[in-house]
Ligand binder design. Sequence first.
Ligand SMILES: [Zn+2]
Length: 336
Amino acid sequence: MLKRKIKRVFEHVAAKFGRHERRSSDPELLILGYHRIIPLNHPEFQSMEPGMRVQPATLEMHIKILRQHFDFVDLNDWVSRVTNRLPVPNKAVALTFDDGWVDNYEYAYPVLKREKVPATIFLVSSMIGTDSQFWPERISGILSYIKGEKRAGLGKEALKWFEQYQFDVNNSRSFDEAGVNALILRLKEKSDDEIYKSLTVFADVECKIPHLAHIMNKAQLLEMKASGFISFGAHTKRHFRLDKISDYALLEDEILGSKSDLEGLLDITVSGFCYPNGSFDNKAAGVVKRGFQYSCTTRKGWNSTKSDLLLLNRILLHDDVSHDPVSFKARISGLI
Ligand SMILES: [Zn+2]
């Protein structure tokens, strides 16, 4: 309780005296990162990772506050102006959305269009228009399906898979949030390619789990492109964490392949990249440099015209840390 009160005091101070309130001699750029935009009453809201979601009303509130302190810019434009030594606003903000969730089209796009705010969406090219799911989503689908009686029907291979990750299917407590998170953490030690391949042992189970398409399709992307408010960047082909890839050809395919996929599909030039999970190493950064003018990380902070455009800082947002004006301003303040 006391800890929460102290945190709140810090938030108030940061909200009042943060970088957003000060003028700087050098132009600055704040990049904000969102994932899913989804209303509280949506059937999926509760089951979604809290770190992934922002309500449309929260996004609107963010935009209102940002308008008081910043000029909205399209990230591609800002980078190209800086590269060509053209003037940029003293305080600019660029909104970005990762992964290409269909709720970006359903709930974020109407707000952005109405408020005339540009944004960049980083797309996972091989997932566009498919009903593929990211592996953590697939794991939670499998776990909620086999919870209870259905675990008895698991085959030998599937049981061996759980054993390998020290997940006790016979203990109902394994299925709690902490148990699921522990399993995800153990899986994260492997490369994404290995994880996806290993999930074939659940083919029988997964074909019984209905799921909706969560990723936008080409028509939705083209409609947003035509509005003039939305631009796109690459977020790999399959959302593989790049520091876990040892095969150089696969690394190139994930990074450069996503760029050519998007350019072909949407008839655009893709100049921006965003690292999945914020993960990268020198090898990955070297490949990104060959194909892109800029890239976004998950390193928290602001940027200036002198920043390394290939390693831009971003502040990630979700409802839990930005649902009211004070916590949002504190989050973007550059102080905490
Ligand atoms: Zn992502």
